[in-house]
Write a protein that binds this ligand. Structure first.
Ligand SMILES: NC(=O)C1=CN([C@@H]2O[C@H](COP(=O)(O)OP(=O)(O)OC[C@H]3O[C@@H](n4cnc5c(N)ncnc54)[C@H](O)[C@@H]3O)[C@@H](O)[C@H]2O)C=CC1
Ligand SMILES: O=C(O)CCC(=O)C(=O)O
Length: 512
C-alpha cells in the first residue's frame, strides 16, 4: 500500500483528535458528541444525495421549467479525477488524488473553489459543484458551477510540498481543458487561500501561450497578483449582510421573537477559518456578541462575548483553545452547536447538523455560512420547529460574487475606481462649493472630505456585494412568502427558474 493510502486508512481507524480530548476536566460530556453521533450520521445520505433532495424540493414546485430541463440541470456535466506522485521532503513517494467537477456549463466560465481536505471525494466535489450552479443563479452571477478538491490534509505538508501539489494539479487541469478565463475559473475554499491561487495563476500562465487575460484564470488572488480588494473577507461579509437583512423581515421577527439589528444578539460560530472569522468580525462590528466559537478540536465560550481577533491569534499559535483565558474551554468540538444563542453560524464542514443533534439545537436562526451544513432530515425538523434557516446557496454567495468582480477587473485590466475617482471628487467638490455659498457656511475639512471622497476599489466592491445580497435575500423572501415554503426551497426554486430560462432560450443542439 502506498504511504498516502496508509495514512488515510489509519486516520479512519484511529479516533479523531477530538475524541482523544474527552475526559479533560472541562469536558461536559462523558462521551464526545462525535462518538455519540457517529452511528446516526452514517445512516444519513451522503452529501450529494442530501443536495439532490434539496434540489428536488425546489424543482417539484416549478411550473415554468420543462421536466427535460430539470432533468438536464440535475446532472453533472463532466468530472475529472487525477492521481499523481509527490516526492515528499523525506524522499518517500506518495500518490495524491484530486478532482474537478463541472456541474453545469449553461453559462461559461464555470466557477467554484478548490478545497484541500481529507474528506474530498467524487460525490463531495459533485455536490459542491452543483451547489455552485444554483448559488451563482441566486445572486445573478453569470457563471456555471464547478468545484475541485485534493484529498490531503494541508497541515501535514510543507509549503514546498503544497506548491508542488498545487502546480501539478493545475497542470492536469490545463491538459484536460478544465481551466481558463472562459472555461473554468477556480477560487479558494477550505484549506486554500491566496497563496495557492497564486501558484495556480502562475502555472496556468506558463501554459497559456501569452494570453493577455491569463490572470483571470483564477480568483481569490492577493492584490499584488491581480486580486480585487474585498475578496478575502467577501464570504464572511456577505454572511453578515444576509443575517442583517433577514433580521429586518417581519416574518423572521415574528417566527423567532428577535428584534431587528444585530446589536446584542448572541451568536455562535463553528469554524474560525476564512468565512467564520470574517462573519464573526463583521457581526461583532455591528454590535453582535459572539458568545462561542467551535473548531475541529475544541470550543471556547464566553457569555460576555469573545474578542474574535484575539481568539483567532491564540488558536493559530496554539492549535487549540486550550489555555485561552478569556473564556471557558470545552474539549468537545461539537458541544458548541447545542448551546443557547440567537444565531448559529456553521462555517466549517458539511452535515454538521443532522438527525442526531437537530433536536438539541437551540438557535432561533441558522445562518449557513458553510456549504451543506444541514442534512435534509435536520432541515425538516428545524423548519418544523420554527427555526429560520438562511440557506448556503444564498448566504455564502458573497465569495463568488466578489470573485465575479475580480474576474471583471482582470478582463478589463484596470482597478475599479481608477478612471473616475478624481472626476467624482471634483464634481462633488464643485457642488459643495455652491451649497456652501448658498447657505453661507463653510464645511470643516473633515466634513468636506466625508462628502467629497470618491469611491476606492474596496468601496465599490463592498457596495456591489451589499446590493447583491440585499436583492438575492429579498427575491428569496418574496418567493418563500408566495409559495409558503422555507427559504432554502425558495432559493432553489428561483435558481431553477433562472437556469431553466437560459436552457430553454439556448435550445438543444441535438433536438430537431
Ligand atoms: N472561502 C470561501 O470564499 C467560501 C467558503 N465556503 C464554505 O465555507 C466553509 C468554510 O470555508 P473556509 O472558511 O474557506 O475554510 P478554511 O479552511 O479557511 O476554514 C475552515 C475552518 O473550519 C475548521 N474546521 C474544520 N473542520 C471542522 C469541524 N469539524 N468542526 C469545526 N471546525 C472545523 C478548520 O480548522 C478551519 O479553521 C466551507 O464549507 C466552504 O466550502 C463557502 C463559500 C465561499
Ligand atoms: O469564489 C468563487 O468563485 C467560489 C467560492 C466557492 O467555492 C463557494 O461559494 O463555495
Amino acid at each position: 500500500m502506498l504511504s498516502s493510502q496508509i495514512i488515510r486508512a489509519a486516520s479512519r481507524a484511529l479516533p479523531s483528535q477530538a475524541n482523544v480530548a474527552v475526559g479533560t476536566t472541562s469536558c461536559r460530556y462523558t462521551q464526545t458528541l462525535t462518538e455519540k453521533y457517529a452511528e446516526v450520521k452514517s445512516t444519513e445520505p451522503n452529501f450529494l444525495e442530501c443536495f439532490k433532495e434539496f434540489f428536488d424540493n425546489g424543482a417539484r414546485l416549478q411550473k415554468n421549467v420543462s421536466p427535460n430541463d430539470i432533468l438536464n440541470m440535475r446532472m453533472t456535466d463532466a468530472v475529472i479525477k487525477t492521481s499523481f506522485p509527490l516526492i515528499r521532503e523525506d524522499k518517500t513517494c506518495e500518490i495524491v488524488t484530486g478532482y474537478r467537477a463541472h456541474h453545469s456549463r449553461h453559462r461559461v466560465p464555470v466557477k467554484g473553489g478548490i478545497r484541500f481536505s481529507t474528506a474530498v471525494d467524487l460525490q463531495e466535489v459533485e455536490a459542491l459543484a452543483s451547489l455552485m450552479t444554483y448559488k451563482c443563479a441566486v445572486v445573478d452571477v453569470p457563471f456555471g458551477g464547478a468545484k475541485g478538491g485534493i484529498a490531503i490534509d494541508p497541515k501535514n505538508y510543507s509549503a514546498k510540498e503544497l506548491e508542488q501539489i498545487t502546480r501539478r494539479y493545475t497542470m492536469e487541469l490545463c491538459q484536460k481543458n478544465f481551466i481558463g478565463p472562459g472555461i473554468d475559473v477556480p477560487a479558494p475554499d477550505m484549506g486554500t487561500g491566496g497563496r495557492e491561487m497564486t501558484w495556480i495563476k502562475d502555472t496556468y500562465h506558463h501554459f497559456s501561450g501569452g494570453d493577455v487575460n491569463s490572470v483571470a484564470c483564477v480568483t481569490g488572488k492577493p492584490i499584488t497578483q491581480g486580486g480585487v480588494r474585498g475578496r478575502t473577507e467577501a464570504t464572511g461579509l456577505g454572511v453578515y449582510y444576509g443575517i442583517r437583512d433577514f433580521l429586518e423581515y417581519e416574518e423572521v421577527q415574528d417566527q423567532t421573537g428577535l428584534t431587528s439589528g444585530l446589536k446584542g444578539k448572541k451568536v455562535i460560530v463553528q469554524g474560525l477559518g476564512n468565512v467564520g472569522f470574517y462573519a464573526a468580525h463583521f457581526i461583532t462590528k455591528a454590535g453582535g456578541k459572539v458568545v462561542g466559537i467551535g473548531e475541529y478540536n475544541s470550543c471556547i465560550v464566553n457569555p460576555e462575548g469573545l474578542d474574535i481577533e484575539h481568539c483567532q491569534a491564540y488558536f493559530k499559535s496554539n492549535g487549540s483553545f486550550k489555555g485561552y483565558n478569556s473564556g471557558e474551554f470545552i474539549a468537545d468540538p461539537l458541544a458548541i452547536l447545542e448551546m443557547e444563542c440567537d444565531v448559529l453560524v456553521p462555517a466549517a464542514v458539511e452535515k454538521s447538523i443532522h438527525t442526531g443533534n437537530a433536536k438539541n439545537i437551540k438557535a432561533k436562526i441558522i445562518a449557513e455560512a458553510a456549504n451543506g451544513p444541514l442534512t435534509p432530515k435536520a432541515h425538516y425538523e428545524l423548519v418544523e420547529r420554527g427555526v429560520v434557516i438562511i440557506p448556503d446557496l444564498l448566504l455564502n454567495a458573497g465569495g463568488v460574487t466578489v470573485s465575479y468582480f475580480e474576474w471583471l477587473k482582470n478582463l478589463s485590466h484596470v482597478r475599479f475606481g481608477r478612471l473616475n475617482k478624481k472626476w467624482e471628487e471634483h464634481s462633488k467638490s464643485t457642488l459643495l462649493n455652491f451649497v456652501e455659498q448658498s447657505v453661507n457656511r463653510e464645511l470643516s475639512h473633515q466634513e468636506r472630505r466625508l462628502v467629497v471622497h470618491g469611491a476606492e476599489e474596496v468601496d465599490i466592491v463592498y457596495s456591489g456585494l451589499e446590493d447583491t445580497m440585499y436583492n438575492a435575500c429579498m427575491e428569496t423572501r418574496v418567493t418563500a412568502k408566495e409559495l409558503g415554503v422555507d427559504f432554502r426551497t425558495a432559493a432553489f426554486y428561483n435558481a431553477i427558474e433562472k437556469i431553466g430560462k437560459v436552457l430553454e432560450e439556448s435550445g438543444n443542439i441535438f433536438s430537431n
